[in-house]
Design a protein around this ligand. Structure first.
Ligand code: SF4
Length: 392
């Protein structure tokens, strides 16, 4: 029984697969991915964008491979980035063979759309030979004609049936290293389809609300749809689809996971909306802090509250707290306790320094913990080896 059971999320049991060196499904952390929007054959621009996504925290990145020039650029791209690369293939099975050969960690391809059984077998062989996993990507906007004829329109049952049909094709080819998505731009349809699929298979699920819109609208829409699924334990990897730069998708994805306590990365800022009681410009301060603290990846919390109405209470729950006080006398809290006062001047700079120092402290603690675990393991291994020698 956890201390706060109202916060518990029980994840759906799913099989674990690997996307390169990143596990997806099972008890692996929920991963965040995005997709480049550069021309893939422009390797330099694509590499630069992927590196920016990595900095924002992306665990893996997908690139489109619409033509042979794109798959030709893949090798160079993969060699110059750190995260696993997923090749996005539609229809052209040869692109899948080329992408697998170029070192893609995963192929996003629908086996039912490749054509003959022979072609499917060739793609599966290429995936197996190159250690690639796959993602089946069902989309409400491109459902098979036979399913549209059967159901009349894209609906959850049609999407689940499409997913299960593609699954069967891969299973019949003795291939099980795949995840699956059933995306729709309509949240009701998408959520119902994912719920249906979650009940009908144990493959890891890639969540997304497709074509969700621009940064603000798409974030709200994705948070409602994906938030509901994640909260109910469904979802092993997520991509937020926004008409915005891919780094923004990554940041939004992490915010979703942070909100649900499913993953922690960077500074979680708790701030008030501000009102006539604010003792310093809260909105401007938070905007500046958000930008200045983007480089911190260590998870920690910061409350930025305009006055004593809610400031002390929020500060108690965060690593670092700022509460506005009268006459430019603002209170700084460390680990929930009042620590010192600061005026208006250099306020942002001061908070940035405190956060950086706390992050460095936490990183040090983490390093020591890892080292202690490694030392304990080495001692245990040495003891086992010694016992084995004595018994010989
Ligand atoms: S915490 Fe204070 S400044 Fe912020 S919204 Fe509430 S009353 Fe206003």
């Amino acid at each position: 029984m956890s201390l706060r059971p109202y916060r518990d999320i029980f994840r759906r049991h799913s099989k674990q697969i690997m996307v390169g060196n990143v596990p997806v499904g099972g008890d692996a952390p929920i991963t965040v991915q995005t997709m480049t929007n550069t021309l893939t054959h422009d390797a330099k621009a694509t590499i630069e964008q992927i590196l920016r996504c990595e900095e924002a925290g992306a665990d893996m990145v997908r690139v489109s491979c619409p033509d042979v020039e794109s798959t030709a650029a893949l090798k160079e791209i993969i060699q110059n980035v750190n995260v696993p690369i997923i090749a996005d293939i539609h229809f052209h099975y040869k692109r899948a063979l080329e992408a697998a050969g170029a070192g893609a960690a995963c192929l996003r391809i629908n086996p039912g759309n490749i054509g003959s059984a022979k072609r499917v077998a060739e793609v599966v062989r290429a995936a197996k030979d190159n250690g690639c996993s796959m993602r089946i990507g069902v989309n409400a906007g491109s459902l098979e004609k036979k399913l549209l004829d059967k159901y009349g329109e894209p609906c959850p049952d049609a999407m689940v049936e499409s997913g299960l049909d593609h699954i069967k094709i891969l299973e019949d080819n003795d291939f099980f290293e795949f995840k699956i998505s059933v995306k729709a731009s309509d949240v009701f349809l998408g959520v119902a389809a994912y719920q249906g699929l979650a009940e009908n298979c144990d493959y890891p699920l890639h969540l997304g609300i497709t074509e969700a819109g621009a940064l603000r609208g798409g974030t709200v829409k994705s948070s409602i749809g994906m938030g509901m699924l994640l909260w109910s334990g469904i979802g092993d990897t997520i991509r937020v689809s926004l008409s915005a730069e891919p780094e923004e998708e990554v940041k939004v994805g992490f915010e979703m996971l942070k909100t649900l306590g499913l993953r922690h990365r960077g500074v979680q800022i708790i701030s008030c909306p501000s009102c006539a009681r604010q003792a310093y410009p809260v909105i401007k301060t938070v905007e500046l802090l958000e930008k200045r603290l983007e480089h911190i990846s260590t998870p920690l919390s910061l409350s930025v509250i305009g006055c004593v109405v809610n400031g002390p209470g929020e500060a108690k729950e965060t690593d670092i707290g700022l509460t506005g006080g009268g006459n430019g006398n603002h209170m700084i809290y460390l680990n929930g306790m009042t620590d010192h006062k600061i005026g208006d001047e250099g306020l942002v700079e001061h908070i940035v320094e405190l956060v950086e120092a706390r992050a460095a402290e936490l990183e040090e603690i983490e390093l020591e913990a890892v080292k202690a675990t490694e030392d304990a393991k080495a001692t245990e291994d040495a003891k086992i080896a010694e016992d084995a020698q004595i018994n010989e």
